[in-house]
Every structure is written in C-alpha cells, then in structure tokens.
Ligand binder design. Structure first.
Ligand code: NAP
Length: 256
C-alpha cells in the first residue's frame, strides 16, 4: 500500500529546463516512477538525449521549445504539453540560471535575466499549470527547484539568492492559495551538485576542498540523489505535504 503511493503511473508531468543536469535527471526519475514527461528548454534538439532516457524507462516523452523568461509563453507551453500527452498532473519548475558578480557591479540586465528565469518564469508556468489542473478538477503537484540560497545568503550571488529566496516564498504562498483546490506546491533545495551551471566553481580546487569540508556527508551531490525527494513530493505519498522545501544537501544546511 505505502509503496504504491509513490507510483506515478498514469500521471503526466512537465519538467522545465530538462535538457541537462538536474532537470534531465528529474525527468528520468519521474519516468522511472511511471509518469509520462514533457521536457522543455530553449532549444528542442538539446532535449533529445533526456527524452530518449525517459523513453528508455518505458514512458512517453515530448520535447518542447520554451523559454521560461519569454512573455506570455507559459500558457502556450502548458497547452502544447497537454495536446501531446494529455492533462498535466505534475509541474517541476527547474529551469534556472546563475552568474556570480559582486553586488556593487550588478546591473539591471543581469538582475532581470536571473530573476526573470528563476522566479518570474516559475510563477507564470505554475499559474498556467494550476489553471489547467483546477479547471479540470484534477489534483496537481508543483515542485519548485529552490536552493541553499532559499535559506542562506551567498556573497556575489545577490540576484540568484533573491530569486531562490523568492521562489521559496512563492512556494509557500501558492501552496496556501491552491490547497483548497487540490494543488500542492513544494520545493526541493539541492546542495552542491556539479553541473554546467556550477562547473566554474569546481575548477577551483581550493573552493572544492573548502566546500567538501562543510558538507557533513563528505561528498558533492549526484543529480540522481534528487530523484527520490522529487518523486516523493510529486506523489500521493506526499498527499498531505504542501508548502515545504526539502533540502537534499548531504546535511549542509543543518550544520555549521
Ligand atoms: P544546468 O545544467 O545549467 O541546467 C539548467 C537548465 O535550465 C537547462 O536545461 C537549460 O536549458 C534550462 N534553462 C536555462 N535558461 C532557460 C530559460 N530561459 N528557459 C527555459 N529553460 C532554461 O543547471 P542545473 O545545475 O541542472 O540547475 C537546474 C536547477 O537547479 C536550477 O534552477 C538551479 O538554480 C538549481 N540548483 C542547482 C544547484 C547545483 O548545485 N547545480 C544547486 C541548487 C539549485 P537550455 O540551456 O537548453 O535552454
């Protein structure tokens, strides 16, 4: 009974930013749990490998071009995913960008680029998904990929920290607003994962050693470490969980 509550068979999901890294891994995790998946990114062909991995797990995959920072594009993306797969039950807001720069040097273009993708894009995709879920009378699960910076501040990452702290606030606000209509909204907060986004940090051996020292489990995360938390929060096993953000960080946030 409890094991079947984690099963996503018959569910349909959209994962934004699924062309590589964490988003690709989350798309595959959902598929392995039984869901069909629409994968989105700014370029469609970049999604082919992740879509093939979803199909290899025995599920349907649809690839869609969608820039989450493009005005008015969220409704179109949700409609296209639903035209291909059927009504969505799950949305993972994963698309994200980062650029470190001293705050004294941050200009409006950098601020807008980061906040538009990480926060504004996530809100409008959640809104479009929830409109469909609520209008269709379906229970829905929205999962926002937050960050350690949803909880703590990181020097030279003010726009990113603000966007991810905002995303946690959004998670809480939407969870409260949509709970009566059966849409749950949660988050996961990955710790340190080596991906294209974070690769520049790992090139610095001193940075890597200092970070490893601060992670109680003594290793960086592998993107596959995130699948269990994501599947749990998107599944009926988490039917009474909403407005939460689960750290997947090897113990980083719990320690000093
Ligand atoms: P990544 O490898 O750079 O992947 C980012 C994904 O977002 C790509 O699929 C990229 O696709 C997509 N993307 C970027 N801009 C987009 C846009 N405007 N519209 C649609 N898609 C867009 O980074 P990652 O490390 O996997 O990060 C995934 C998420 O995890 C991000 O939200 C990030 O903030 C969060 N996170 C990462 C870590 C970490 O340690 N890596 C830690 C905490 C949180 P295209 O470039 O193909 O469009």
């Amino acid at each position: 009974m409890i094991a079947s509550s984690f099963n996503l068979a018959g569910r349909r999901a959209l994962v934004s930013g699924a062309s590589r890294g964490i988003g690709a891994a989350l798309a595959v995790a959902l598929a392995e749990a039984g869901a069909d998946v629409a994968l989105t990114a700014r370029g469609r062909s970049a999604l082919d490998a992740a879509a093939a991995a979803v199909r290899a797990a025995g599920r349907r995959a649809e690839t869609l071009e969608h820039d989450v920072s493009a005005a008015g594009a969220a409704e179109t993306a949700i409609a296209a995913a639903e035209a291909a797969l059927g009504p969505l039950d799950i949305l993972i807001n994963n698309a994200g960008v980062e650029e470190v720069r001293p705050s004294l040097d941050v200009d409006e273009a950098l601020w807008d680029r980061i906040v538009d993708v990480n926060l504004r894009g996530a809100f409008f995709l959640a809104q479009a998904a929830a409109r469909s879920m609520i209008a269709g009378g379906r229970r829905g699960a929205i999962l926002n990929v937050c960050s350690l910076t949803s909880f703590v501040g990181v020097p030279t990452a003010a726009p990113y920290t603000a966007s991810k702290s905002g995303l946690l606030g959004l998670t809480r606000a939407l969870s409260a607003e949509w709970a009566p209509q059966g849409v749950r909204v949660n988050g996961i907060a990955p710790g340190y994962f080596r991906t294209a986004l974070t690769e520049p940090f790992y090139a610095d051996a001193d940075w890597s050693a200092a970070m490893l020292d601060r992670i109680p489990m003594g290793r960086f995360g592998a993107v596959e470490d995130l699948g269990g938390a994501a599947v749990f929060l998107c599944s009926d096993a988490a039917a009474y969980v909403t407005g939460q953000c689960l750290g997947v960080d090897g113990g980083y946030l719990a320690s000093i």
